[in-house]
Write a protein that binds this ligand. Sequence first.
Ligand code: G3P
Length: 219
Amino acid sequence: MKIFLDTSDVEVIRQHSETGMIDGVTTNPTLMMQSGRDPIDVIKDISALFSDDSSISAEVVADTAEEMISQAKQYYSISSNITIKVPCTEEGLKVCKFLSDKGIPVNVTLIFSTTQAILCAKAGAKYVSPFIGRCEDNGLSGIGLIESIRTIYDRSNIGHPPEILAASIRTTDHVTNAFIAGTDIVTLPPSILKEMYKHDLTDQGIDQFDKDWKKVNHK
Ligand code: G3P
């Protein structure tokens, strides 16, 4: 059961990483644009906050496999905790196979079907990222997709199938249901991670305990 943060905000990542409960980070071109910084610098800063066995996904953006590989080289030379993120296209999967054969971990993103997830497994992906929220935006069941991918991977004869990394998570129910459906990892916007801590009954309980504690005779 792993939790990743889905953001390029280094300060926010630093704060949450101090809890010791964050296993990795995913970024994408939109999140990089929001950071307003050079993506290489952002990935360097994030990578430095985590141990070597963490996973920091850095996404390549190009039309051809050759261009993607050249961008990937810049990223994976930063640290051994870098995972190269590629889109689930024919070119992206070529890159996935090429890098995976060299032992470089790859996260294939923008997964919306089980057949895409099957190809990712064949290409040696370390992670596949089904997009739950965006499935639902388009009338598809994101949780159902995770369930199906889980079943297929568990029944396959692939020694190490990809880890399922549930992305595009918009609610805490997505988190719960993704794990029930068999995801290995969820990647969360920081706002959803914050919500996971909260329950009204916890707040009410603390209020009551605080009031009662003040009435206790301290020696
Ligand atoms: O990890 C992918 C995620 O950032 C996309 O989320 O909410 O834009 O679909 P969303």
